[in-house]
Write a protein that binds this ligand. Structure first.
Ligand code: BT5
Length: 253
């Protein structure tokens, strides 16, 4: 805990050995009034979750499975900006600690050599359209070995250990994530989303790449060209048409 040099993010840390999902633990703590920056970390999750009912593989002692409580007091539409901000913080922290060239695939995957090493899940509780609290779930496959992964993940997932060839110190990485997060969150609150967009674009694996867009016009292809002020991916559809695409409408080629 005293490795974390921040004032808010990670100022209170709860470490659990085995839990179902740190998202549920954090939600309970938030309902009990836990302060912004409270961090719940587990060695193992038996019900780790991804988006849209997908599962997150969370073996004992091999990764960083954690949830951070935020109290942004903003309308729900800002949640997608926080997802992107979290991705930038994690990506920068991983680069800083390991030197690995990780990048972000819109909206929330962190990849290396096209394989996933981190996923982000943002969940919010709303009241009168304002977020009462928001839980930023971060899963980083730090020291997972190739033979730990079930067959269906072997070809699409990797870990920092697999990519760097050595064990990565989880405490150092958690501290780096909290530091990056705190810095970016302060910038975000003082200057808005624009500076975060610039940092995101610098780490993006999508820019100038083809994407498939699903809309009422059917399925179309375009080229990702950036983010707009809400966090939507801007896609050049050709003939001068730039479409803002929100999560769920886009597949990356
Ligand atoms: C995500 O979902 O990427 C969000 C994952 C969030 C996990 C954290 S861990 C702490 C907190 N507590 C929780 O219960 N959850 C959060 P999605 O974009 O839906 O991606 C899920 C997909 O990632 C799966 O279907 C697999 O293909 C892949 N995957 C699962 N486990 C993985 C792992 N350990 N490493 C890399 N890829 C994985």
């Amino acid at each position: 805990t005293n490795a974390i040099h921040t004032t808010v993010m990670g100022s209170k840390v709860e470490v659990i050995k085995t839990t179902f999902s740190t998202q549920e633990d954090a939600r309970r703590r938030a309902e009990q009034g836990a302060a912004e920056g409270t961090l719940i970390i587990a060695e193992e999750q038996t019900g780790g979750k991804g988006r849209l009912g997908r599962k997150w593989f969370s073996p004992y002692g091999k990764g960083i499975w954690m949830s951070l409580i935020l109290r942004p007091q903003q309308p729900l539409k800002f949640a997608s900006q926080l997802t992107l901000l979290t991705g930038v913080a994690v990506c920068r922290a991983i680069r800083q600690v390991t030197g690995l060239e990780v990048g972000i695939k819109w909206p929330n995957d962190i990849l290396i050599q096209k394989r996933k090493i981190c996923g982000i899940l943002l969940e919010s509780a709303i009241e009168d359209n304002v977020m009462r609290y928001c839980i930023a779930g971060i899963g980083i496959s730090v020291n997972v070995d190739d033979n730990d992964y079930p067959d269906e993940l072997k070809t699409i997932a990797t870990s920092l250990k697999i990519e760097s060839g050595s064990t990565v110190n989880r405490t150092l990485l958690i501290a780096a994530v909290m530091e990056e997060f705190e810095t970016l969150y302060q910038i975000y609150q003082q200057k808005g989303f624009r500076p975060i967009i610039n940092l995101w674009e610098a780490l993006s694996l999508n820019l100038n790449e083809e994407v498939i867009v699903h809309s009422h016009q059917g399925i179309q292809e375009g080229i990702a060209v950036g983010l707009d002020s809400s966090g939507a991916l801007l896609v050049d559809m050709g003939m001068g048409e730039i479409k803002p695409v929100i999560s769920g409408d886009v597949k990356l080629k």
